[in-house]
Ligand binder design. Sequence first.
Ligand code: MG
Length: 374
Amino acid sequence: MRNNLPPYAVSDTNSRGRRIHEDPPTGRSQFQRDRDRVIHSTAFRRLEYKTQVFVNHEGDLFRTRLTHSLEVAQIGRSIARNLQLNEELVEAISLAHDLGHTPFGHAGQDALDNCMKAHGGFEHNLQSLRVVDILEERYARFDGLNLCFETREGILKRATKSKAQALGELGERFLHGRSASLEAQLANLADEIAYNNHDVDDGVRSGLITQAQLEEIEIFARHLHQVKQHYPDIAGRRLVHETVRGMINTLATDLTTQSKVHIEAANPNSPDNVREMPTLVGFSDTIRQQQQELKRFLHKNLYKHYQVMRMSNKAHHIVEKLFSAFAAEPALLPPKYQHKFRDHGHQIIADYIAGMTDRYAIKEYRRMFAIIED
Ligand code: MG
C-alpha cells in the first residue's frame, strides 16, 4: 500500500466504504482486500471457461475471460502507477469487470438480453455488479463480496437511466451525467486496449484474419513497419507478436501522456471533485481515431466472420432453448434456483444461465434436450 497518492486518487482514507461495515483489514489496504475477494470468488474461477470471441473448446491458445481480465489488470496497473493512481483499485476493478458475462461472449449476452426483454432485459455490466453484491455466497454476515463503493462504481461501466434509478448512490452518475473515479476511467480503457489487441492476435492465430488484411489499418501498418525495420528477418507469429506488443505500448504511453495533461490542467482535489468533471483519462484524438479504425476492422472481419457467426448462432440457440424451457417449466431448474424463482421470477433463470461456462451450457443443453446422451 502506498500512502503518498495525490488527492485525486482514491485511497483508504477518502473511500466511501462498504455497504456493510467491517473492521479495516490488517496488513493490506481496503482495495487489496477487494482484489483478494474477487480472486477467491466462484465467478472468477468460471472466467477460465468463458470466452469473448472464440468458444472455449475451439483451441487452448485463445484468450478466455480469465486471461483477458489478467491482461486488463496488467495494462491498468502499469498506467495507474505512472499516473499515481490507486493501483490496487484498478486491479480489483479489472479482475471483476467481466464477472457477470454469460457463456459464449457477446452472442450469449445478446441472446439472454432478448429472452429477458419482457422482464427488464439483461446487461452484463449490471450482472457483474449483481455477482459481487448478491450472488456470491461466501460470507456468514452478508450476500456477495461487500466490496468498497469505488470498486463497485468501476465495475458498473454503464447503466440506462431506468436501471440507474434502482441503484441508489451507485446509479447517480448516470442520472446526473457525472464521471466515475480516475481509476474506474482507466480500467475501462485498459479493457479496450486489451481486447482490441488480443483480438488481433487471436484473429490471426485462428486464421480468420490475415496479416495482409491488417496492413490496411494505419496503427497496425505503422508498427509492423517499425518492427520490420528493426528486425528485417522475422516473420510469422513472432512478427505479429512484436507488432501487437508495439501497439499496446503506444496506446498505453499515449493514454498516460494525455491523461497526465488533462489531470494536471483540471487539478482535481479529491475523487469527488473528479466525479464532477468531464472524463480526464483518455487517448489523444489521433490515437482514438486509429483505435476506432481497428475496432471497425475487427467488427467487420472478425466478429462478423462467417465461422464466428456460425458459433454465435449456436450460442443463441443454446441460450434461447435453455431459457424458454426453464421459463415454461421452472421445475426443470436445479432446486436451489426453483426456490429463488418463486420469489424473484425470471431474473433467477438469467442468473443461472449467466453463471454457466461455455462447456457447462453445452452440457446442460445436452442433458435437457438430447434423447440419447452420448
Ligand atoms: Mg472486458
